[in-house]
Design a protein around this ligand. Sequence first.
Ligand code: UN1
Length: 495
Amino acid sequence: MGGKDTAGESVYESTNPARPGEVVARVGLADAAAFAAACRTAKEAQREWAKVPAPVRGRVIASIGRLVEANAESLARLVTREIGKPYAEALGEVREIVDTCDFFLGEGRRLYGQTVPSEMPDKNLFTFRNPVGVAAVITAGNFPVAVPSWYLVPALLCGNAVVWKPAEYAAASAEAMYRLFAASGLPDGVLNVVFADGAQTFAGLELALEEGSVHKVGFTGSSEVGRKVGELAGRHLQSACLELGGKNPMVIMPDAELDLAVEGALFSGFGTAGQRCTSLGTVIVHESVHDEFVERFARAAREARIGDPEQDVLAGPLLDQKFADRYEEYLTWIQPHHQVVSGSTGKITKDNPRGDFDGDGGLYYHPVIVDGVRPGDRLFLEETFGPIVGVTTFTSLDEAVDLANRPGYGLSSSIYTTDPKHAFRFREGISAGMVSVNNSTSGAEAHLPFGGNGKSGNGSRQSGVWVLDQFTRWQAMNWDFSGRLQKAQMDVAEI
Ligand code: UN1
């Protein structure tokens, strides 16, 4: 929601999706020049930050973790109010920041390089991890604090400065998290937060890349925008860490425990109102258990609690009006094409209630299951970022793997089976970066590599030790103490 305040600055109002009229935060939006200026500030501050010994930077990360932990409930409450994420999930999201800090505080004492044998006598080879410089980090608002922490924490630990551009519709959560990070003892200018719309962010990023004050771009968001971010970074010979969309499949084998699979499909598809990049897109169920599965899944969807995110519900409202608009467009499109097996569709209102819940005027939607989806269908191919799950059938595991890979994304995936050989064959064949066995497509743990292939990303991985390769660059050093010029490839020692 853009606007102008009295000083002429562009202002964004973030609202509560459970009560759309309620403003949660007003933030000024920066223009391209201000974005680039923040990158220059970061570049200046980074030089000194890089000189702070990594174990000491680790102590700052420890202090961020403690501050976030001490404020976990208030931060989670704010996340719930601003984006409608159920409180238990919001608390889990805040917990994920703490987990990330716990992991990386120790990494400050382990930012290992290597010693490497030389092909010549009296010569030693070494490798060192150097910080990249300034990381520009652009994040979505469906995980307004945990996912940003996956960039910010390792980037800072590795000795980089950061300019963070959060989603405007999650501005209050981002601002609160920024304040906790800033209170940890980080020197001024090392972490900067800038709110800006998409066009100004792009223009600002381009300026900063041209000036040489951004050396890494981190982006979590749609595949469409991610492609543009990757192109922009690439044109300036800088790399981007891209965490994009997903059309995550769940394969259900005939030997699966069906109740477990139903529970997994319900949580993956409709938890967080289907608004995770790891949310379930399509269930690919063996034809022999299709009818049984669909009946149980549809019943579970009809009975699922959707409502006030401060209560114990499976899902609250959609994140923001612009997501609701896009989701409605999908709903309009599927009606004439498909068989909805889950009952009511669309927004929950007085005229289209869910039991005795009339939606309270919020952006609440009925969960939708569409049966009989085929590989050419839009619903089979595109990420919807809302509570719709398609169902299709297969007869052999090879066919299931082929169907699972067909949309061209490759983020998360899941198989329900009691036979280990099915699980391992699926793992081998699936192009996704993440595979769950008898578990939800969503809900990755904070210390495993997170990321995707194809339309889900450029192969970069976040989290755990793997993300260190995003925020450091290897430097090779050789030291010759032979007292003469030994030429590599020419003076190789003979036996
Ligand atoms: C996202 O939606 O961008 O694995 C990330 C999960 C969460 C992260 C989702 N921990 O579902």
